[in-house]
Design a protein around this ligand. Structure first.
Ligand code: HEM
Ligand SMILES: [Ca+2]
Ligand SMILES: [Ca+2]
Length: 319
């Protein structure tokens, strides 16, 4: 019942939702994202990941942007362990865009819609597809760190686990493979893949599914013990700043960074999808745009019963 409910609400999102109330919305957000992209290119991967982590917990409702109340024991989503590596540049992008949007269209536009539009902008700015974003999401009134672990995938999740999670959000196996293609840009900290380098599944051996040259390079950046916790490695060793389909070619060549990336080529159910996407950039771009639209519709709230339009994205209206 819950899923069909979500689907019917999905249909109510529309591309022209703000065409009367804030016709210049996309240009306003675009001026912020293009400026940020010039000054801090990591704002791109940061914001795309932020959108994913928002949609998977309580739906696409900007619950990820809420700050924990000082002194309160109840932490908000952003302070959950699984969200500690979300870069500030993503949060900064949304708060800057919100300030500009509020100055021109006060009280009309949700933070959840701004996040969806900004993520699209960065996909495009990094060389990926441009697609229309449907709007009409309201901001949520619930943000609890305790809801995060069961809803966010891990670097060592199996394809089975990933599929179950994505499926519970109304996403198919193909969406899992296509959306993972976002790892064509951005970086990961050593602790997310270090066990693959030295002690894969308790074997005291590296993961056999890593190319030996990549293994050597990653071991240099990430020593077994006592390494710098801030070191990151690119997801896509060939084009880490370009949004292209090289991610899939890399998986075929054993150049995946996380176990969860490489698993998509090892599992017989997802391998053919990887092969198809590796062949042709346009196929990937079309599929990615469609999958982002689907992800952007997860658990969408409409109207003031469950939602609000925040004045500031980091705090609820009445709390
Ligand atoms: C399929 C399961 C997924 C897993 C297990 C996963 C896991 C991770 C991990 C562990 C990181 C590195 C965080 C860090 O060390 O700082 C990361 C980064 C990233 N993820 Fe994913 N992710 C998944 C799916 C997705 C999806 C669906 C998207 C978006 C559509 C996405 C977008 C990104 C981006 C852009 C980064 C780079 C962030 C940056 O450089 O700041 N991921 N992911
Ligand atoms: Ca959310
Ligand atoms: Ca790339």
């Amino acid at each position: 019942a819950k899923l069909s409910n979500t689907t019917s609400k999905t249909r109510q999102l529309s591309v022209d939702y703000y065409s009367k109330s804030c016709p210049q919305l996309e240009q306003l957000i675009g001026s912020v994202t293009s400026q940020q992209f010039k000054e801090e290119p990591v704002s791109g991967p940061a914001t795309i990941r932020l959108f994913f982590h928002d949609c998977f917990v309580e739906g696409c409702d900007a619950s990820i942007l809420i700050s924990s109340k000082p002194g309160s024991k109840m932490l908000a989503e952003k302070d959950a362990e699984d969200n500690k590596d979300l870069r500030v540049e993503g949060f900064e992008t949304i708060s800057k865009a919100k300030v500009l949007v509020e100055s021109k269209c006060p009280g009309v536009v949700s933070c959840a819609d701004i996040l969806a539009i900004a993520a699209r902008d960065y996909v495009h700015l990094a060389g990926g597809p441009y697609y229309q974003v449907k709007k009409g999401r309201w901001d949520g009134r619930i943000s609890m760190a305790s809801s995060v672990p069961s809803n966010i995938p891990r670097a060592n999740s199996t394809v089975d686990e990933l599929f179950k999670l994505f499926n519970s959000k109304g996403l198919a196996l193909e969406d899992l493979v296509v959306l993972s293609g976002a790892h064509t840009i951005g970086f990961a900290h050593c602790d997310n893949f270090i066990s693959r380098l030295y002690d894969y599944n308790g074997t005291k051996q590296p993961d056999p599914a890593i190319d030996p040259r990549l293994l050597k390079a990653l071991r240099m950046s990430c020593p077994h013990f006592g390494g710098n916790k801030d070191i990151v490695a690119p997801f896509d060793v060939t084009t880490p700043f370009l949004f292209d389909h090289a991610y899939y070619e890399n998986l075929i060549g054993k150049l995946g960074l996380l176990a969860s990336d490489q698993a998509l080529f090892l599992d017989p159910r997802t391998k053919p999808i990887v092969q198809t996407l590796a062949k042709d950039k346009q196929t990937f771009f079309q599929a990615f745009a469609a999958a982002m639209d689907k992800m952007g519709s997860i658990g969408v709230k409409r109207g003031g019963t469950h939602g609000e339009k925040r004045k500031e994205c980091s705090s609820m209206l009445f709390s």
